[in-house]
Every structure is written in structure tokens, then in C-alpha cells.
Ligand binder design. Structure first.
Ligand SMILES: NC(=O)c1ccc[n+]([C@@H]2O[C@H](COP(=O)([O-])OP(=O)(O)OC[C@H]3O[C@@H](n4cnc5c(N)ncnc54)[C@H](OP(=O)(O)O)[C@@H]3O)[C@@H](O)[C@H]2O)c1
Length: 276
């Protein structure tokens, strides 16, 4: 496997996630000529060519070349159809396959391509669209050490990635970070609403909720202290924070969150079966 400065990447599907990866890779010094993409949407292709000067095609097998890595970035519902379509080109070139599609297993990908290939299944989240994603990744047994490193470099272009060693753990990643942005948006929304009920204007409450979330997240990232230590630091005995945390505890917030993640995990397991 070559260095990331020399690899050739083919994108199948050039929507939001692919565009974020392209932008992140160009920021990392990958040149547009190292990448090609296919997508049926003319507007999307024109956008990609204008924005990144990456050559695009309306047909998945067109000018396929000899890519080292093929990034499949289409909706899960059409993965089977797209992989069966592009299988001859992929079988001919034997690249590393990276999928960003939620709920599609490495076995399904291999079955639909009708061949055994190195496959990495990733689970990004929507902050990846602004380069701040949290990404879980699983590699099948055929992925080499060099390909693992290459994948990390590519996915780190849109955030921070971690590996899981069991594919089933991708369901837990989906429950935590894949769906996670919605939990934080919801929490901010409820903070805003509660602030308004206590007399703040809508705009002030919204701004305070968002800035508190951003500041807390950055502090958690930059501080050497654990989340619990950081929480304890804000909480003086008998103070305002203690009153709020006691109220959360009385309402069993820990169990509520655990149940919610379990529900998301179970739904992720069920969805994978639906795509079969
Ligand atoms: N967005 C996220 O933050 C996020 C997070 C986690 C995972 N993902 C995963 O990333 C994948 C892509 O999501 P996205 O948000 O980037 O969706 P998207 O913006 O809709 O991109 C998908 C692209 O694929 C194109 N397409 C449709 N049929 C195709 C075909 N037969 N061959 C090639 N391309 C085709 C679509 O074109 P048309 O629009 O013309 O149909 C669209 O441009 C999904 O599997 C999703 O599960 C996304």
C-alpha cells in the first residue's frame, strides 16, 4: 500500500458525507487528481467539480481506473443495488473498500460484491460534515496493517476515529456517537426551553445553552481530569449545581440514558437485518 500522498481514491456516491471527506482530504494535502467520484445527480457532480476540481462521472463503472481505495457513500437502502452494479470493476482492481453506510455489515458488502476483499465499515456522525466527527471503524480480516493506517488517515480528515475489534460493537458506536448528536441537540433544546420558563428571552436562552455545551465539551477534551472530576469541580455542597444534579438523580437520569442507548443499539441490530 502506498503513502496517503500517492493513493488513488474512488468515491461511489458524492453526497454530503463524500463531499466532507473530499474537503477534509484536500485540506490534508491530497490532490484533486488523486480522487474521482461517481454520482447520478448532475447538480451534485457540478458542485463537486466546482468546489474541489475532482473529476466526476454519472456512471459508477465509468473511468474506474485502478483505485487503491473505494469509498462507498450512498444511502444504505441502495447499497445492494450499487455494489452489484460496481462489482465487476471492483473485482478487477481489488481495492480496499470503505463503507460509511449505517447498518450494512462487512459480510453483506462482500456478498453483494460477490468476492472476499479487505473491507472497513465505518460509522461517522453528522459533525463530520464540519470536520468534527466521532467515527467508529471495524476492519475485516483481510485488511492489512498499512490499510488500517491509511483508513485512519482518511477518516481523521473529518474528525477523530477509533477501531472496534468486534463488528457487533458498531451497533454500540451507532447508539453512542452515531445517534449522539441528536441527544446533545435535544439536551440543548430542553435547556433553552427551561431557561425561557425561568424568564430568559428565547435568543439569550438558546445562546447560553449552545455556548455552555461547546465550552463544556472543549473543557472536557482539553482537561486531563475525568468527566466525573470536571462535574464535581462545578458542584459545591448545597450549591445550585448540586440542587440540579440531585433533581436529575431523583428522576433516574442515568437509567433513562442507559435505556435510550439500549433502544438505539437494538434498533441498529434490527436495521442491519432489514437490509438483507
Ligand atoms: N450525513 C452524515 O452525517 C452521515 C452520518 C453517518 C453515516 N452516514 C452515511 O453516509 C452515507 C451517505 O450519506 P449522505 O448524508 O452523504 O447522503 P447523501 O447526501 O444523500 O449522498 C448520497 C449520494 O449518493 C448518490 N446516489 C444515489 N444513487 C446512486 C447510485 N446508484 N450510485 C452512486 N451514487 C448514488 C445520491 O444522489 P441523489 O441525491 O441524486 O440520489 C447522493 O448524491 C449513508 O449511507 C449514511 O448512512 C452519513
Amino acid at each position: 500500500m502506498k503513502s496517503i500522498q500517492d493513493i488513488r481514491i474512488r468515491f461511489i456516491g458524492a453526497g454530503n458525507m463524500a463531499a466532507s471527506l473530499m474537503g477534509g482530504l484536500i485540506n490534508k494535502g491530497i490532490t484533486a487528481s488523486q480522487m474521482t467520484a461517481s454520482d447520478p445527480g448532475q447538480n451534485q457532480r457540478e458542485y463537486i467539480e466546482r468546489q474541489f476540481q475532482i473529476q466526476t462521472f454519472d456512471e459508477n463503472n465509468a473511468h474506474f481506473g485502478m483505485p487503491d481505495m473505494v469509498i462507498i457513500a450512498v444511502k444504505p437502502q441502495i447499497m445492494k443495488q450499487v455494489l452489484e452494479d460496481v462489482a465487476p470493476s471492483i473485482r478487477h482492481t481489488n481495492p480496499l473498500i470503505i463503507s460509511v453506510a449505517a447498518g450494512i455489515t462487512t459480510k453483506q458488502i462482500a456478498d453483494w460484491l460477490n468476492t472476499d476483499l479487505p473491507i472497513v465499515r465505518t460509522m461517522p456522525n453528522t459533525p463530520a460534515l464540519i470536520g468534527q466527527g466521532a467515527i467508529g471503524m471495524f476492519a475485516n480480516q483481510l485488511v492489512t496493517q498499512a490499510q488500517l493506517q491509511m483508513t485512519e488517515q482518511v477518516m481523521d480528515a473529518v474528525g477523530t476515529s477509533i477501531w472496534v475489534t468486534e463488528e457487533a460493537n458498531i451497533d454500540a458506536v451507532t447508539a453512542l456517537s452515531g445517534s449522539g448528536p441528536a441527544y446533545f441537540f435535544m439536551f440543548m433544546e430542553y435547556l433553552q426551553q427551561a431557561g425561557q420558563k425561568l424568564g430568559l428571552s428565547e435568543s439569550n436562552a438558546a445562546l447560553l445553552a449552545k455556548k455552555t455545551a461547546i465550552g463544556s465539551a472543549l473543557l472536557a477534551e482539553r482537561s486531563p481530569e475525568s468527566l466525573q472530576q470536571l462535574k464535581d469541580r462545578v458542584t459545591s455542597p448545597n450549591g445550585t449545581t448540586a440542587a440540579a444534579l440531585d433533581s436529575f438523580a431523583e428522576n433516574h437520569i442515568e437509567e433513562v440514558i442507559e435505556q435510550a442507548l439500549t433502544a438505539a443499539n437494538d434498533r441498529s441490530v434490527a436495521l442491519s437485518k432489514e437490509f438483507d
